[in-house]
Design a protein around this ligand. Structure first.
Ligand SMILES: C[S@@+](CC[C@H](N)C(=O)[O-])C[C@H]1O[C@@H](n2cnc3c(N)ncnc32)[C@H](O)[C@@H]1O
Length: 227
């Protein structure tokens, strides 16, 4: 797990004109500090100072492109060598980081309704020389995988787009091994956003235990576990 290797994670949410930084304690997932810096040389110097001031002498890991939400995701999907399923990767915003975290001994299976999304993400994976990514096209209401195939699964800004969420959650439960983790990310501004409360209810009805959520009210990552 990340917490055994580092003390803090700095999530860097990169934008065109400025980057948002968030310092998260690896063991608890608690958000400790936030800072915005310009996306130029001066900003990077400020980012370095932010990390030095906030976590002097500690073991740090910076995670690009995912902000503090991504740091929460990392805590749950960071076992090396695991077999992980991502439903609805889209253009692969989270996919390449997860493929790197699980390492060459692990496999990230990408499953999306749209073949062009899979093609796009696979092109990015090949360009990044990642060979542990396996694409498959289909509908999350019927997952083409054997029972108990995966150690973990995740979907970000996807659940609300699926017409039968109960069916998709029950399929996800089926393909996870007992004890397997499911991370669901939902982001503010998404017209299909599923609230934390709705996710908890639907997840529990599908047979998951709701473990925790990180993030503010309008955007979050939640971790559920298949007992
Ligand atoms: C809003 S995008 C999210 C992309 C990515 N997870 C992210 O956070 O940037 C939703 C993705 O879910 C996929 N999707 C929607 N309904 C699906 C379904 N029933 N089965 C599988 N994938 C689905 C879409 O094709 C699209 O790639």
């Amino acid at each position: 797990m990340v917490a055994e290797r580092v003390d803090f994670v700095v999530g860097v949410d990169a934008h065109r004109d400025e980057h948002a930084l968030a310092l998260v304690e690896a063991a608890s997932g608690a958000l400790l500090a936030e800072r915005r810096v310009a996306s130029d040389g001066g900003g990077y110097a400020q980012a370095l100072r932010f990390a030095q001031e906030q976590a002097a002498g500690a073991r740090l890991w910076a995670l690009d492109g995912a902000g503090h939400y991504g740091a929460g995701l990392a805590r749950y999907l960071s076992e090396r060598g695991e077999t992980v399923l991502e439903v609805g990767p889209g253009t692969g915003y989270y996919s390449l980081d997860v493929a790197r975290w699980i390492g060459p001994a692990g496999t990230l299976h990408l499953f999306d309704l749209q073949q062009e999304m899979l093609d796009h993400t696979m092109r990015r994976a090949r360009a990044a020389r990642l060979e542990n990514v396996e694409p498959r096209q289909g509908d999350a209401r019927e997952l083409p995988y054997e029972d108990a195939t995966f150690d973990a699964g995740f979907l970000v800004a996807v659940l609300g787009e699926i017409p039968d969420q109960a069916r998709a959650l029950s399929e996800l439960r089926r393909v996870l091994r007992p004890g397997g983790r499911l991370v669901v990310g939902e982001l503010a501004g998404d017209p299909h956003m599923v609230t934390g409360r709705a996710l908890r209810e639907r997840g529990e009805r599908a047979g998951f235990r709701f473990e925790r959520r990180v993030g503010p009210r309008f955007g979050y990552f939640a971790a559920l576990r298949r007992d």
